[in-house]
Write a protein that binds this ligand. Structure first.
Ligand code: 6PG
Length: 257
């Protein structure tokens, strides 16, 4: 892992399986460093489809035994307002891909609880979860060892969408979102202050349909896309993309493998 901070790194893999392998190897290295440094590894999971292969590979026989699961704490960057067993649930996706396959203590799994009360109360409950685990005082932000983020074709990340009020939230750690063109429209998301307080952020982008958003995110001027507003002053941002997603980038960008 690079020692420089707030520097953006790009790793381009020839295909999705190779991307997953690169991501898992770096998560494993980060987890070992974090556990050695402060006794645990806190990871904020991304939802959507792209990270599924990463989670499955982490729990595969090839890697499962290398992780110190009892010292790893799993949180979610966002959750759809559906039941935990709904096919659209990010919790269900991660549970099926990794949490039920690896020997992870239940107390290490910190889901965003849905359908109890309102979106706003659920957001407040998750803020309390973060405050408790990270022992936060008023106004403090959690510092995740690693935050995994996906990239939407519109440049959204987590459930922070272009123009959404949650994107400009600077006080709350967790916000309620309603984006009618998304399915489902209602979501809970961590806010930019949480994301930009991370030690390390891994963005994952796979497929040609992400090529324009990735080009704008990495080469565009300004900060119009939510993904462009991810810029941790005391952290590192690594982009992991496969060649189709990276196909519009200026040649020579990133380390290819
Ligand atoms: C979600 C994610 C969201 C996702 C992007 C990319 O809950 O859907 O948090 O930000 O990462 O929409 O999704 P894909 O990986 O499915 O393309």
């Amino acid at each position: 892992m690079s020692k420089e901070t707030s520097k953006i790194r790009l790793q381009v893999a020839k295909n999705y399986p190779e991307l997953c392998k690169q991501v898992v190897q770096n998560i494993l290295a980060l987890s070992r460093n974090a556990i050695a440094a402060h006794g645990h590894f806190s990871i904020l999971l991304s939802g959507g489809a792209t990270p599924k292969g990463v989670y499955a590979l982490m729990a595969s026989p090839e890697y499962r035994e290398q992780f110190q699961w009892h010292k790893i704490h799993f949180f979610w960057g966002d959750e759809r307002w559906v039941s935990a067993d709904d096919a659209k649930s990010n919790y269900r996706m991660a549970t099926e891909a990794i949490l039920m396959k690896a020997d992870i203590p239940p107390q290490n799994i910190h889901p965003i609880r849905t359908l109890d009360g309102t979106l706003e109360t659920a957001a407040a409950v998750y803020e309390k979860e973060l405050a408790s685990f990270f022992d936060l005082r008023n106004g403090e932000c959690p510092r995740f060892d690693l935050i995994l983020l996906g990239l939407g074709q519109d440049g959204h990340t987590a459930s922070l969408f272009p123009g959404d009020p949650a994107l400009s939230e600077t006080n709350r750690l967790v916000a309620a979102v309603s984006q009618k063109e998304m399915d489902p429209a209602e979501r809970i998301t961590v806010t930019l202050p949480v994301i930009n307080h991370a030690a390390v952020i891994f963005f994952l982008a796979s497929g040609r349909e992400k090529s324009q958003a990735l080009k704008t995110a990495l080469e565009g001027k300004g900060r119009q896309l939510p993904a462009q507003q991810v810029n941790p002053p005391n952290g590192e941002v690594w982009w992991f993309a496969d060649q189709p997603a990276a196909s519009l980038l200026r040649k020579g960008q990133g380390e290819s493998s």
